[in-house]
Design a protein around this ligand. Structure first.
Ligand code: HEM
Length: 465
């Protein structure tokens, strides 16, 4: 058993904390939304019981602030991430805190994610943004709808491929998503569903198809690495260059071959899946809120005027502050990596009142944290004004946690925000968005969240739009 495993026995009832047994129904295909509903009924702290196993979920801002205390709590690899370890092992996302390769890879790869490094990735991000625009121009011309989450996934996969690994997935040249995406989604679904299995059932077919998918992902990773090995990496500043050749700043050794494979798979997945969902939700809210869309368009127009094909500079992206507010607001309502877990380093009292034993885990449910009273009377309302600098300064820092917390927080946050802010501004600068189906939001869960079946039709904007 890994050193960070939860206590195997049920936590038992704790005074004032509801225990909700979902064994009769199971978590279904939307476990995050199920816990959201449970919290709407039972409040922001609860224990979910499934087949006698307990998991504590919290969304209370004070408790989340306490869980952010790195002295007393650390990242927890819960059952779903244990399953992701079957194909990503000790890659950064799924490594145990005390696995030596976590700190080693973190130190080696951090420079690739400093804000300044985004300058290096900017040209690749723009190149892929243009692929998306070419594809959407063709759809607009033919009056064809575009599948928003599918195209955002094409865009983010090609971006992490090119920017991180100089590897071209060529997703816009395919009618169907790249097979990497299909296999990855199935592997994530398997990881999410496996902890909810009823004991005694036969899942050998699902496990065999998982192994086939994981094998295919490994094959893609090998292709990505083979395209570069043997070439001189000394000047390569991208992720793969650092993985293959950068020595650790203190101890001087490089990452080993097995760990490089785990990092490549980790970054190919973590580097595109969540950003794609965030872009899709942002476009969904813009399509539903014409006044907000107008403001984003105004911000892009102020930078790029009527130029049909603007050439955004790296510095332009920092000026798109309202666009960034829109993204934050979309991530507030639907943080696409919706839950993260922490465990107590020693026996402690969470928030001064909930006894936890060393190793015991608590999962933060970000979508409900992001709907707490601190967000005002109408937290379901999409309103980017919540992210003006003044509003942000007035709010407790731990009220907004779409990127996790502490030293295990998202390493790719700046990457995601740069990529998504630029693309969102380019798209609204160029197109009118038409909600041609009167889309009603359905959120699909595959460990991450995405709006399912969301399509738009587009027309080019004219100078008077
Ligand atoms: C970790 C969210 C984009 C790479 C995390 C965590 C969250 C998160 C919540 C912490 C998980 C935990 O505590 O268990 C997001 C969201 C994104 C995004 C919402 C987009 C909107 C990216 C991108 C990359 C990336 C673009 C890479 C280019 C990673 C990695 C980790 C991580 C490697 C693990 C870090 C560590 O433990 O050392 N992300 N992420 N993410 N993310 Fe992201």
């Amino acid at each position: 058993m890994p050193p960070t495993a939860p206590h195997p026995e049920p936590s038992g009832t704790l005074p004032g904390i509801p225990v909700v047994d979902i064994t009769a129904t199971g978590p279904g295909r939307t476990p995050i939304q199920q816990v959201m509903e449970l919290m709407r009924t039972h409040g922001p702290v609860l224990v979910r019981r499934l087949h006698g196993r307990d998991a504590m979920f919290v969304a209370d801002a004070d408790l989340v602030a306490d869980l952010a205390d790195e002295e007393r709590f650390a990242k927890h690899i819960g059952p779903a991430l244990e399953n992701v370890r079957e194909f990503a092992a000790d890659g950064l996302f799924t490594a145990y805190n005390d696995e030596p390769n976590w700190a080693k890879a973190h130190d080696i790869l951090m420079p690739a994610f400093a804000l300044g490094s985004m300058r290096t990735y900017h040209p690749a991000m723009l190149r892929v943004a243009r692929r998306l625009i070419d594809s959407w121009d063709r759809a607009a011309l033919d009056g064809r709808p575009v599948d928003v989450p599918e195209d955002m996934t094409r865009m983010t996969l090609d971006t992490i491929g090119l920017a991180g690994f100089d590897y071209d997935f060529g997703s816009f040249e395919r009618d169907e998503p790249h097979p990497f995406v299909r296999s990855m989604v199935r592997c994530l679904e398997w990881s999410m569903a496996r902890p909810a299995r009823t004991p005694g059932e036969d899942h050998s077919a699902a496990d065999a198809s998982f192994r086939a998918d994981a094998g295919y992902l490994a094959q893609v990773v090998d292709d990505v690495i083979a395209a570069r090995t043997g070439t001189d990496q000394s000047g390569a500043e991208d992720l793969l260059g650092l993985m293959l050749s950068a020595p650790h700043p203190a101890e001087g050794t490089t990452l080993d071959a097995a760990n490089i494979r785990n990092q490549v798979i980790t970054f190919l997945i973590a580097g595109h899946e969540t950003t794609s969902g965030a872009m899709s939700f942002a476009l969904y809210y813009l399509a539903k809120h014409p006044a907000v869309l107008r403001l984003v368009q105004r911000e892009a127009d102020a930078l790029w005027g009527d130029t049909p094909d603007p050439e955004p500079t790296y510095d332009d992206i920092g000026r798109l502050t309202y666009t960034r507010q829109v993204l934050n607001e979309a991530l507030r309502l639907w943080p696409t990596a919706a839950a993260f877990s922490r465990h107590a380093r020693e026996d402690t009292l969470l928030g001064g009142r909930i006894p936890l034993r060393a190793g015991q885990a608590v999962t933060v449910l970000a979508p409900m944290l992001h709907r707490r009273p601190v967000w005002g009377d109408n937290p379901e309302l999409f309103d980017p004004e919540r992210f003006t600098p003044e509003a942000e300064a007035a709010r407790p820092v731990h009220a907004f946690k779409p990127f996790g917390t502490g030293e295990r927080a998202c390493i790719g946050r700046q990457f995601a925000l740069h990529e998504a802010t630029m693309l969102l501004a380019l798209l609204v600068h160029r197109y009118r968005l038409h909600d041609h189906t009167g889309y009603r939001l359905t959120v699909k869960e595959t460990l991450t969240l995405k709006p399912e079946g969301f399509t738009l039709t587009l027309t080019p904007r004219t100078p008077d739009d």
